[in-house]
Design a protein around this ligand. Sequence first.
Ligand SMILES: O=C(O)CCC(=O)C(=O)O
Length: 272
Amino acid sequence: MRTMSPAEFDADAVVVELLDGGGALRIPGLFSDQQVAQAKALIESDTDERAITGSHFNTADDDALLQRRVWNLFARDQVFVDMISDPLIVASMQAFLGTDFIVGSYCASRTMPGFGGQEPHIDYPYWDFHRDRSFPARINSSFPLNCQGTIVIDPFTVESGATAYRPGTASELHYPTADDRFFDDYQQMLGEPGDLILFYGLTWHCAMPNRSEAGRIGLLIEFLPKFVTPIEDLLTDLPEGFLDRADPVVRQMLGQSYPWPSQPPHPPLVEA
Ligand SMILES: O=C(O)CCC(=O)C(=O)O
């Protein structure tokens, strides 16, 4: 996986790496120790043994207990809003998905010791591409409809189950099957707390088993072009007045700059 330090950041080079290179890229040390510690404390508290008896965890489902998620981090705390608004993230997504990109999902995933790993997959909006006839004719990988971001909170190591991926698989739109023998040939997105990893969601990937003694937290972001419907309802649980107080880029991420569907007369967008 290519590493690009914040000092050598180049948004056009990010695009080339995601589309024409291996499909994944790491920007080390983007977030401060303080941000990481704050995020970690909040997610650990939301996913500790007491919290998982709460309504959104299905305690009858072992997988859900071993991969614990906290959804809609916009609504959780300002630290998460600050992290997703990092200028290097914004510049990367503007270059990759267009200036009016939006966020489709922003959650934390904490895999616990004993977690068995995920099936290899590709991400929304392609995640049911195994039903390929439900997609438009001749859909292809020539331009992106998704970018995934992982903010590393706990060390992403081989032992803790850093995300596995098969470099180069984004060049062809194909949902991985057993015949692709993903686990015969993969690399892992290793990272340190505070790193950002970007990858194109067409790249075959999955969370790996957590064989360490500790939880492994990553903040998982899904970015989309302006016209793709988000997978997660990010608006309903926002605190009162959140959108009025939010920075323009956060409002844009939450779809507030895109006026359609609308009531007639349908507004044309005017260049700002
Ligand atoms: O947590 C990971 O390593 C990857 C997560 C992922 O791909 C997913 O939840 O769809």
